[in-house]
Design a protein around this ligand. Sequence first.
Ligand code: SAH
Length: 363
Amino acid sequence: MSLPLVFEAPKRAFPPRHLADMTADERREAVVGLGEKAFRAEQLSRGYFAGKTLADMTELSAASRERLAQVLPPLWTRVRDVSCDDGATVKSLWRAHDSTLVESVTMRYKDRTTVCISSQAGCGMACPFCATGQGGLTRNLSTAEIVDQVVRANADELARGERGVSNVVFMGMGEPLANYNRVIAAVRRMVEPSPAGLGMSQRNIVVSTVGVVPAIQKLTEEGLQVTLALSLHAPDDELRDTLVPVNTRWPVREVLRTAMDYTRKTGRRLSIEYALIKDVNDQPWRADMLAKKLKGKLVHVNLIPLNPTPGSEWDASPKEAEREFVKRLRDGGVNATVRDTRGREIAGACGQLAALEEPVPFA
Ligand code: SAH
């Protein structure tokens, strides 16, 4: 698959290879290359995925730890945590070795703990209602930089005396399918059992996309069972061209067909994201049109009340319009719910992640 140039991030130096960038075989090779016994690779991996730092791995001698530090270069420095919902929602701002900033958001629910992670610093998709899209793309994250957000969130939760992370959603900063290889490698790390990976369930991982058709086709062939979420936001090309600019390249009909092929192959229900924007995409006729296009398909529509972003003139739909939209979808035979959107007070909700060092308050 060759993606058009617009999806290629500017080239930057990545940190030295971290063990989370490597397969289990590569880790053994690297460790032997550092003059250590091969089994140390497993010890190190087990410690890393359990959230330990090298200094915590007291089963290793000081001399070994010093040598092995080469495959555990520091990835993210925590800049700040902010929380709301009585601490059940925590947004973390992280800084990379090259000063790149990203955010991740951990959300604790009754039955699960979900971390929403970033796949790129910034985003090149330019959706006008999304703060990340408005800031443009800085660079792709490495596999280890992606995985480490989950490792750190999990360790943070355990340190707070909470359950570990059970679910991961690629709904933070960036377009995951525009950083395809690293995102897929990160998913594989997350699902590989310990010590090779985090041992998570594939079904607890959601990859969300604006609809990069060739990458969805590739994903369909990976043999993975992750849930695919499609950010649709409009049932018609005329409007979607303006809300999700890649639509001009891969229009509604094509992206829906490709996403349904993924669903057919995996048996996983497709999630459709639809941010309800007052007088823009919330008309009853658009609900009917959406229902008509989705009826009888294995899909679930998540309606998201539009979250405010700096400088945006758009508002969330009024509650009555929202109710009517849901009703028309259901009457039309489509599963739909309004998403309980978390983190709005801390600019941590869908579309609000801007990774600003100095937080800018907005209404
Ligand atoms: N680039 C991927 C991953 C980001 S997921 C994608 O677009 O799917 C973030 C989700 O929040 C997407 O569905 C996005 O369209 C949605 N979103 C963006 N801005 C929003 C806003 N202001 N209010 C509500 N949802 C928003």
